[in-house]
Design a protein around this ligand. Structure first.
Ligand SMILES: Nc1ncnc2c1ncn2[C@@H]1O[C@H](COP(=O)(O)OP(=O)(O)OP(=O)(O)O)[C@@H](O)[C@H]1O
Ligand SMILES: [Mg+2]
Length: 265
């Protein structure tokens, strides 16, 4: 493959069977997911910056605004989403896969197929890619307005599979105020852009209210600074207790409503 001036990839005239296979898979997934109107990835190459926190609160804010919402944990080998939502004892052997309805949002995570949350999932890249395909090829999502995808850190297997397989509306980037977090988040944005996926904007978490990391990302990526979520120990207390902050705290809800309004506009 070669890159054009915009960084998007062009398909060569003569195609190797493996490229044809990827194109076919992508087409089949596109048809399979045609009843999902919007697909948004929540992403940063940096770990621990608040991707899962933002994904959960974004999904439940969209639900409160009347949208039909799905929430996918694409952090296949280190899934956290079910813990943030207090989903326990949900081990399932159903196939095709069925998301769990948790207070009106459809949830899917590898954690739902593992009988002990402390068990490590030790998989190489191809297995992670296969699991991610299952989430789209063999999952009954139903009709959705938004599918929010909580990504793993890094710029390799899981994010790459999502970008290659899905027609994403774009990525919402997440950073903390620190320069190192901003640099790693810029890397994710650059990767997405290079592969032809839009950046919807950037959110700063654990902020003091004066955006630093997100400003650096927004200036470099020429994307919108969607908002700041202040550092508040309520976040970790609530997520540890399986409580969704926007469902419990009016101030946090307001912050997320402002962000969601910008994205949906
Ligand atoms: N605004 C905030 N104020 C205080 N704590 C926060 C805030 N946002 C997130 N946290 C806490 O920071 C920790 C990391 O957040 P989270 O798990 O969402 O990050 P992540 O980017 O998804 O991590 P990973 O890369 O491991 O998937 C969690 O304990 C979470 O509760
Ligand atoms: Mg996470």
């Amino acid at each position: 493959m070669s890159d054009d001036e915009t960084g998007s990839q062009q398909i060569p005239n003569v195609m190797h069977p493996s490229i044809l296979k990827v194109i076919e898979q992508r087409k089949a997934i596109k048809e399979r997911l045609s009843n999902i109107k919007h697909k948004i990835g929540v992403y940063s190459a940096k770990g621990g910056v608040g991707k899962t926190t933002v994904s959960v609160n974004l999904a439940y804010t969209l639900k409160a605004m009347g949208f039909r919402v799905g929430l996918l944990d694409a952090d296949v080998d280190c899934p956290n989403l079910t813990m943030f939502l207090g989903i326990t004892g949900s081990f399932s052997d159903e196939y095709p896969l069925k998301p769990i309805d948790k207070s009106g949002v459809r949830i899917l995570s590898t954690a739902m197929f593992i009988d002990d949350e402390k068990k490590p999932i030790i998989w190489r890249g191809p297995m992670i890619g296969k699991m991610i395909r299952e989430f789209f090829e063999n999952t009954e999502w139903g009709d959705l307005d938004y599918l929010i995808i909580d990504l793993s850190p890094g710029t390799s297997d899981a994010p790459l599979s999502i970008i290659q397989l899905l027609d994403l509306d774009g990525f919402l980037l997440v950073t903390t105020p620190q320069h190192i977090a901003a640099i790693n988040t810029i890397r994710s944005g650059m990767m997405a852009r290079r592969l032809g996926v839009a950046t919807l904007g950037v959110v700063e978490t654990m902020s003091d209210g004066m955006p630093k990391g997100a400003k650096e990302v927004a200036d470099t990526m020429k994307c919108e600074l969607l908002g700041t979520i202040k550092y508040d120990k309520k976040f970790s207390e609530m997520s540890d207790g399986g409580i969704v902050p926007v469902e419990d705290d009016p101030e946090i809800r307001e912050e997320f409503i402002r962000i969601v309004k910008k994205i949906t506009a």
